[in-house]
Write a protein that binds this ligand. Sequence first.
Ligand code: UAG
Ligand code: ATP
Length: 514
Amino acid sequence: MSLTLTEAVALLKEHDLLVTVVNQNATEFQAVEYDSRKVKTANTLFFCKGVGFQPQYLALAVEKGAVAYVAMQAYDQPVTGIIVKDDQKAMALLSAAFYDYPQNELFVIGITGTKGKTTTAYFTTNALETSTAKKTALISTLNTVLGPKPDQTFKSKLTTPESMDLFADMREAVDNGMNHLVMEVSSQSYLKNRVYGLKFDVGIFLNISPDHIGRNEHPTFANYLYCKEQLLVNAKVCIINREIEVFDQLLQAAKATTDPDKIFVFSQTEQPGVDFVYHSLESNLAESKFELQAKSQKAQELALTGEYVASVPGDYNEGNATAAIISAGLAGATAPMIQAALKQTHIPGRMEVLPTKGHGTVYIDYAHDYASVKRLVAFLRAQTQTKEDRVIVVLGATGDKGISRRQGFGKALSEERADYVILTTDDPGFEDPKAIAEEIDRHIDHDQVGHVEYIADRASAIEKAITMSKNDMVVIAGKGADAYQKVKGQDLPYPSDLVVAKQVIEKLGAQPKK
Ligand SMILES: CC(=O)N[C@H]1[C@@H](OP(=O)(O)OP(=O)(O)OC[C@H]2O[C@@H](n3ccc(=O)[nH]c3=O)[C@H](O)[C@@H]2O)O[C@H](CO)[C@@H](O)[C@@H]1O[C@H](C)C(=O)N[C@@H](C)C(=O)N[C@H](CCC(=O)O)C(=O)O
Ligand SMILES: Nc1ncnc2c1ncn2[C@@H]1O[C@H](COP(=O)(O)OP(=O)(O)OP(=O)(O)O)[C@@H](O)[C@H]1O
């Protein structure tokens, strides 16, 4: 992989991003980097970007071999400086060029939404497994999969990687023989221009509710919506959930750049302009069965009508699965292939079900905002068998970010009348977990929620909930498959909610007979 100074300058000029070039002595770059600690070779082009950037990082990069840098200002360094109007946009464009536009060799499906991105990404990837002969790469909050070998799967750092990492990942996927890519597209990735200039073959918009607004994230809901909307503006084919409150605005955004014939709308209810309708047939504690109907000519042409079973319970997962079915169909999978895949999809930390003998049913779920906790508690309430069966909830709220979630949890637990709530620790960061719990508690309507208590140690909170449960639904919410607690800038090891719950069930001798 390489890039010449002439090519870089031409590309930046084409996008009206170039200000000037200083010390024009470098000619060709054999490596690109944005972290001085990672610079390894001479002929590196270094990117100065980000709120935490400091000039000494560039000095270190130069010491280690950087021959040029891209920045929004010139620095006192003897190497070539490519001065640009926007460092993040420049990094995305030049990274794509450096890695020789790997997106052109992949069918790229992008997924956005406040909730359901990871679930839909896993459904879609599995649905494509047969039609692409296992050549579908995945970039998700949980894992990044760039090839079939075990060492080509690794834990992701972000939901959507930094642009340079994204294009490097895509190149690696192509080199590993992949020809499709399913990826989550966070609103933050548009805010930070991580996907600037990238065209998606299919863009999915699942839902939007207030979240990710505040320090380090979006200043307002309008900005959050605008960033998410950009996926539709940059997709050749759009799939949109009709039930989104701001659907009309989304449709307009999609239509600005996409032929209406390439926009697919899905809904739970029949209404004008909808291409696909899904109806729930049976939603139980282990899976969801639903029917998908094609309503428009273009939908019928995809031949996806039929009954589907999604392995992940929760009626909202039928919407996620529907989006996955349509996108997989557009990418060439047939209904039988998708039906077989959805039945078997396992998504770590999303509605993991542990039935017990004598201690009810335990759910581990990543629900960590108002909308997801509300839907989860409502769903589990509907599954209780008798009036005496309780919904017992274990949760905490993260420190340093998502502050509005504390109020949201209080509201969701009150509206859905959780019977027993144990507040506990969930990635407190630099905050005091007890103070976070007290804040959630202040937003709980104690006339609606049976009982609320605080147990600082998460494993002990889980143990108490399962031990006290008889025929109840125990929900351990918020951390999903995370095997750490984020405390004061460190990831402290934590066995994960699933492992803790299994240990408790074993200790109680409550494993169900196989
Ligand atoms: C607010 C935000 O998005 N920040 C991201 C951004 O940081 P930044 O560009 O400001 O960079 P920085 O960390 O201040 O560091 C400045 C620069 O100095 C460099 N550096 C630093 C130290 C050094 O010794 N040498 C050096 O060169 C760094 O590599 C960096 O390029 O770029 C970094 C990678 O270059 C990301 O790690 C970082 O994500 C932070 C950790 C984060 O928490 N982001 C969250 C909000 C996020 O992006 N979340 C979304 C999901 C949200 C959703 O579900 O919708 C996501 O896509 O993951
Ligand atoms: N369509 C939906 N509506 C409401 N809640 C949902 C929906 N889909 C999933 N959830 C809930 O949200 C949780 C997170 O789901 P998932 O990881 O798929 O979403 P995500 O968009 O990737 O989340 P995040 O951005 O927080 O990583 C699930 O565990 C479930 O409780």
